[in-house]
Structure formats: C-alpha cells, structure tokens
Design a protein around this ligand. Sequence first.
Ligand code: FES
Length: 154
Amino acid sequence: MFSPEIEAKIEATIAKYPKKRSALLPLLHIVQNEQNKITEEAIKYIADRLDLMPVEVYEVATFYSMYFLDTIGKYHIQLCRTISCMLCGSEEIKDHLQKRLGIKPGQVSPDGRFRLSEVECLGSCCTAPAMQLNFDYHENLTPEKIDKILEALP
Ligand code: FES
C-alpha cells in the first residue's frame, strides 16, 4: 500500500513497542503525513498490521483532533481560541482569516490549500493571540500580520 521507505518506517515503528497495538498513534501520524488524510483503506491496513479490528483504529483516529479522515489541506491553520488568546483578539483574527480564506473553522478551501481549525491553548499564552501554521507557530497576531504570513506562502 505504501512505498518501501514508508513500509520500512512502519515496520521500524512497530518494532519499537513490546505490544504491536502501542504503535497505533505513531502509525496514524505516518499514514496521515504520507496521504494528507487517513483513508478507510489506511484504517484497514493499520488494523491488519497491528492485529486490531478496523473499528478500534477508527475510534482512535476520530477521537484525537490531530487526525483527519478528510483532506488536511496544504496549509493547516490552527487558531487558538482559549482565554488568553480570546482576550487578546483571537475573534478578530478568526474573522479576518474567515474573510481572507472564504472558509469557517472545520472547513478546507475549495482549492485544497487551507484548512482552518480552532484549537485549545497552544501553550503560547504570553504572546497571544497565537496560531500554528503546519508545524510553525505565529504569535502576537494582528490582521496585518496574518496578511503578511499568507502572502509569503508559496
Ligand atoms: S490561550 Fe492561546 S496559546 Fe494559550
């Protein structure tokens, strides 16, 4: 189902744990990074590799907010909505992002470039409002700063 490199990575990950099922979370990450989502076929594949029922994999994949069964999008914007960020203007940032991208939290732009999510505290409360763009943090956000960040994306 995957390239030899990914298969080797999956094999090495399973081998790290005394019980196969313990590799479930890292395997979901590997598969998601490879396919930009977790497909039904991938759920069956992981279940087979870990001697689990597909529904057990599905339960975990749908429980955690970092896993996606539909396309993540090229750029995943996770905007903090917790108290410090809210007090420092995250609602204004959210409105600006919604206008710029034409999507609401939980949606992917029609061109597949952006997913907008609202998340709980990113641990960056001192520099609120904050968001995560893929693996990078952006802090002390303003609408102007958002424009610069988005315009700099390839
Ligand atoms: S409240 Fe937003 S980073 Fe902590």
